[in-house]
Design a binder for this molecule. Structure first.
Ligand SMILES: [Zn+2]
Length: 246
């Protein structure tokens, strides 16, 4: 392949811009915020699940408390009704009186037991509510922290995007100065090796850093200026410059 030395030299500018774009793509993929956000999202999901479980438990206890309070009321109302009958003086038979008094006493004991149950549920509910509040607070705090990390990620991505757009635009300009067949070869090699062209500098290929043999250097010295050379080691396009050592 033949190409004007100036066009060949532009390949080095293209390679430099491509390496800038590669670095930017790498930065985009490896932003520290990405790992932070992943970890925070995992923790958030965990806390959200725990909060839902705690809310369910607190809800169950609230219903349990209502039911226990209703039980207390039922027993209390029965005891009050019996007490009224006793106080009314309408029950006169000693046997009935004794039976009524014994029922009232039994209802009071029952009420006492049921009130104990209510108190015990209230204590458990208090603990459950505190757990809900704690988990919801932690979950919401994490959401705020994560939103801040997302903002930092977005700002970093915007900055990288700006630098990439600038490099892309300069790359397009450079590419117009390179003949289509040379550009196609460069792109093919770039796809294969990551970098498509390298400078010959002081007798070394700057792509693979290998020093060329005397025979290769002699061959290059006698090659026409417009011949497109390739590194025998890494197959990249080898571009001659005044620093090539030939
Ligand atoms: Zn090489």
């Amino acid at each position: 392949m033949k190409a004007a030395p100036a066009a060949q030299k532009r390949l080095l500018d293209l390679a430099e811009l491509d390496s800038v774009l590669d670095r930017l793509a790498h930065r985009r993929r490896t932003l520290p915020e990405l790992a932070v956000i992943d970890e925070q999202s995992r923790q958030y999901a965990q806390l959200a699940t725990q909060a839902i479980a705690a809310e369910t438990e607190a809800g169950d206890l609230a219903r349990e408390q209502t039911k226990a309070e209703n039980d207390v009321d039922t027993v209390r109302i029965r005891a009050e009704r019996d007490q009224k009958r006793l106080d009314s003086g309408m029950v006169t038979s000693p046997k009935d009186l004794s039976s009524l008094q014994s029922e009232i006493a039994s209802l009071h004991r029952r009420q006492g037991d049921l009130e104990e149950v209510v108190l015990e549920i209230m204590e458990r509910r208090e603990a459950a509510d505190a757990k809900v509040n704690d988990l919801v607070a932690k979950r919401d705090e994490l959401a705020t922290t994560r939103a801040a990390a997302e903002d930092r990620r977005d700002a970093a991505l915007a900055e990288i995007g700006k630098e990439a757009a600038d490099a892309e635009s300069r790359r397009s300009d450079v590419a117009t100065e390179i003949p289509a067949d040379l550009l196609a070869l460069y792109e093919k090699l770039r796809g294969q090796y990551g970098v498509g062209a390298a400078m010959l500098h002081g007798g070394r290929c700057m792509g693979c850093k290998v020093s060329l043999s005397i025979a290769d250097m002699n061959r290059i010295k006698t090659a026409p200026h417009d011949e497109v050379l390739r590194c025998e080691e890494c197959r990249r396009i080898l571009v001659r410059t005044p620093e090539s050592g030939i």
